[in-house]
Design a protein around this ligand. Structure first.
Ligand code: NAD
Ligand code: TYD
Length: 348
């Protein structure tokens, strides 16, 4: 019987993964451990918070004592580690926060897993959720494969790369079974509105300026978040240990093209004059160390596990914009900070 510790489950990708595992695997115990930093929002999970196989623990992955108590209490058999500081711009302002959570926190989790699983370590799995940003930047051509050398350029990607190295090292040194998947940019419901797509939607809806960094020609490979959750589910259940998979959307967009697309969908949906939202775009100073292009070769996970993204971008972006339009209250609570009261009212 599996008892899976999912960390960072109150965040953007985490809530989709937790929901999927709670709903699809009623026989598993799913423990969501989250520190509820500014990026964690338990309201993302109200639909499943009463499920019999779901448990929430407010804790940081930096606290070994609490980690040990949780491993003991739930007899944790597997870990899926999504807890992280995840925003590149914040990592430029405050690199050490990223070292603590992303590097030290991951090592604390690895140490705890190693300690609790020592009798039969081969029966367990430590699954690290990572990013394509560890590979650095691409020029006009080429794709990141699982063999591309790590060359991180931002404090965020350097911290994620470091964590990946520790996971691999625990596999080599202590035979801790691990999997790492490196995914491209996700989009979809419940993304914190500091990231490009929700920020653009929110600002356009509210007729605020939309900042586009540099020349707007930086390129990202966008994947619908539920497709990522499906890939994580598949990899968790079907992959052999000691493997790495790249996950991507086969879906490259220049930032300015995506911003223009969102503008035209919002104008149409809200019956605004054609091109009115585009007037809000402002080209601003570039992000330092701004990676030019990310693009994933996801052929390995396709060939070995049969995974392909299911959501066409045109459908996914409409769904996402509609979700944000129908959840303005969710965004407003983030903007005014009241989302952080939810834990107090529901759990204390
Ligand atoms: P997010 O910022 O939305 O969520 C992170 C979650 O981790 C939050 O709920 C936060 O409260 C929690 N957290 C932060 N510090 C913690 C700590 N010390 N202890 C416990 N919990 C803590 O991030 P996301 O976009 O959902 O990303 C999740 C994971 O996926 C990250 O590891 C990220 O590097 C990776 N990833 C993200 C993307 C993307 O496009 N968003 C793409 C590839 C990989
Ligand atoms: P972001 O969502 O922060 O993801 P990442 O940096 O991890 O790829 O940004 C996506 C792209 O959008 C990236 O090239 C930076 C750019 N960007 C803007 O142009 N303006 C913004 O306000 C933000 C947040 C991002």
């Amino acid at each position: 019987m599996k008892s899976i510790l999912i960390t960072g489950g109150a965040g953007f990708i985490g809530n989709h993964v937790v929901r999927r595992f709670v709903n699809n695997y009623p026989q598993y115990t799913i423990v969501n451990l989250d520190a509820l930093t500014y990026a964690g929002n338990l309201e993302n999970l109200t639909d499943i918070q009463q499920a019999k196989n779901y448990f929430f623990e407010k804790a940081t992955i930096l606290d070994t004592k609490i980690l040990e108590q949780i491993f003991e209490k739930y007899r944790i058999t597997d870990v899926i580690n999504l807890a992280a500081e995840s925003h590149v711009d914040r990592s430029i302002l405050s690199p050490l926060d990223f070292v603590y959570t992303n590097v030290v926190g991951t090592v604390q989790l690895l140490n705890t897993a190693k300690k609790f699983w020592q009798d039969d370590i081969s029966k367990h799995l430590f699954y690290q959720i990572s990013t394509d940003e560890v590979y650095g930047t691409l020029g006009e051509t080429g794709l990141f494969t699982e063999q591309t050398p790590y060359q991180p350029n931002s404090p965020y990607s350097a911290s994620k790369a470091s964590a990946d190295h520790f996971v691999r090292a625990f596999g080599e040194t202590f035979h801790l079974p691990y999997i790492i998947s490196n995914c491209s940019n996700n989009y979809g419901p419940y993304q914190f509105p500091e990231k490009l797509i929700p920020l653009v939607i929110h600002n356009m809806v509210n007729q605020k300026p939309v900042p586009v960094y540099g020349d707007g020609l930086n390129t990202r490979d966008w994947l619908y978040v539920e497709d990522h959750a499906a890939a994580i589910d598949l990899v968790f259940h079907k992959s052999k240990p000691y493997k790495t998979y790249n996950i991507g959307g086969h879906n490259e967009w220049k930032n300015i093209d995506i911003v223009n697309l969102i503008a035209s969908i919002i104008d149409q949906t809200l019956n605004r004059p054609v091109d009115s939202s585009k007037q809000l775009i402002r080209f601003v100073k570039d992000r330092p160390g701004h990676d030019r292009r990310y693009a994933i070769d996801a052929s390995c996970i396709q060939k070995e596990l049969g995974w392909l993204p299911q959501t066409q971008f045109e459908i996914g972006i409409h769904k996402t914009i509609n979700w944000y339009l129908n959840h303005e209250d969710w965004v407003q609570k983030i903007v005014n900070g009241s989302y952080q009261d939810y834990y107090q009212t529901q759990y204390l």
